[in-house]
Design a protein around this ligand. Structure first.
Ligand code: ADP
Length: 172
């Protein structure tokens, strides 16, 4: 059983085993949620990222969480698609982000994980569609993770994620 909960807040405050960040291919740290995660984890996060980069769009890679508050043990870096109108596989790439993060989490025996709304910031993915893809992909991925927090940084994203969980429920 995997419980999905929608949360409003800062992902660096999450009390989970692993925090996902919306990274760029270099894993050196970017803006938005990646900036916040790197700030909280400290400079060793960029060093660990650089050692395993590049991470291609749709993929995910883990590092230790360094200075993030326990129980957070891992940061899972995933690289979303840069939105370019929707005809360039952006939806598939975004789905792959969520799937790969859960695979990596399983490999690390992570039981709880927090996701941001990957690709909906600077990368420009339409947030309603991204919310539906996030929920549908998580629901269709076999995983040992038992608690998934979908963390919205603003009320609009929160409401879209809640709506996506309800709509998906009805369609099952
Ligand atoms: P991307 O480059 O993949 O679009 P962004 O970091 O620009 O990534 O945005 C992804 C989402 O993360 C956006 O909805 C943004 O509002 C949100 N976000 C930004 N900072 C935080 C944070 N500290 N905690 C959770 N979500 C955040």
């Amino acid at each position: 059983m995997t419980l999905i909960e929608v949360v409003l807040g800062d992902i660096t405050d999450e009390i989970v085993d692993a925090v996902v960040t919306a990274a760029n291919e270099s894993l050196l740290g970017g803006g938005g949620v990646d900036w916040a995660v790197h700030q909280a984890a400290g400079p060793r996060l960029a060093q660990a990222g650089a050692a395993i980069a590049p991470c291609l769009p749709g993929d995910a890679m883990a590092t230790p969480a360094f200075d993030l508050t326990p129980p957070v043990k891992y940061v899972i870096h995933t690289v979303g698609p840069v939105w370019d109108g929707g005809a360039y596989g952006e939806a598939d790439t975004l789905a792959s982000c969520y799937r790969r993060c859960l695979q990596v989490a399983d490999e690390l025996q992570v039981r709880s994980i927090a996701f941001p709304a990957v690709a909906t910031g600077v990368y420009g993915f339409p947030p309603a569609s991204a919310a539906r893809i996030a929920v549908a992909t998580i629901r269709s991925t076999r995983t040992s993770v038992s608690l998934i927090h979908l963390v919205a940084f603003d009320q609009a994203t929160h409401d879209l994620l809640v709506e996506a969980t309800r709509t998906e429920d009805l369609s099952r």
